[in-house]
Write a protein that binds this ligand. Sequence first.
Ligand code: MF3
Ligand code: CO
Ligand code: CO
Length: 273
Amino acid sequence: MTQALQTPTTPQDFITKTITSDGQEIRLHNKAAFDGMRAAGRLASQTLDYITPFVEEGVSTEKLDQLCHDFTIKHNATPAPLNYRGYPKSICTSVNHVVCHGIPSPTKILKKGDILNVDVTVILNGFYGDTSRMFKIGKVSNLASKLIDVTYDSLMRAIDLVKPGATLGDIGHAIQIYAESQGFSIVKEFCGHGLGLVFHDAPEVVHFGTPGTGVVLEEGMFFTIEPMINAGKPGTKTLSDGWTAVTRDKTLSAQFEHSLGVTATGVEIFTRS
Ligand code: MF3
Ligand code: CO
Ligand code: CO
């Protein structure tokens, strides 16, 4: 059997144009790119679905990393974090006061009352699907539960605003006013990002802001929204491993993340469960 001759794809096959908004050069993507992101986003989300029954008391974050790694490979994809800027693992696992970029470890064993963010990014046919969710280990405190709910709702309120003509300031503002109205604080040092055929691209998507300011959204923009919300003060620091970001005051932190595309009339969430 001979194979049909295929012309290799290039980035230009997926990008309609690059625009400048608020000083950032942002790629706009075509329908084929939406198809690619839909598949990558679905696989990232399915990876989180797959590990859900394994996330329980007594399991190590290393085990969750192995499960995600093997699931990703089995589906003809690559775990994007592995070896990314020297990152040693396939996912990020951020427990309790860890804000983001927690490194899976055989000695980090989940215990009752912990809250955990698992952040999965897969590369499928060149496209990056990036999503994270919170998990509760057994019964958690009322404060932890409320923090998780408020963080999720802040993300969904922001996504509801995504459409051509809205601004990233509108998005950040929606997250900030909601989380702060509930007595929580917004992490400022880490933000969402453009993605598509690259992991971290323009625009920078901060989780605070002023309505009507910043990048104006256009059809074909792809980016993540990934608010990190702290129960206490907003300050963070990075541990000596160079990755693990924690709250300075050791209070709990939560995060959810979706990858999405701006459509002609609104938004498509690529990583919806
Ligand atoms: N998935 C993370 C994000 O949301 C990035 C992780 S990079 C790593 O952007 F190297 F820490 F894995
Ligand atoms: Co991200
Ligand atoms: Co992520």
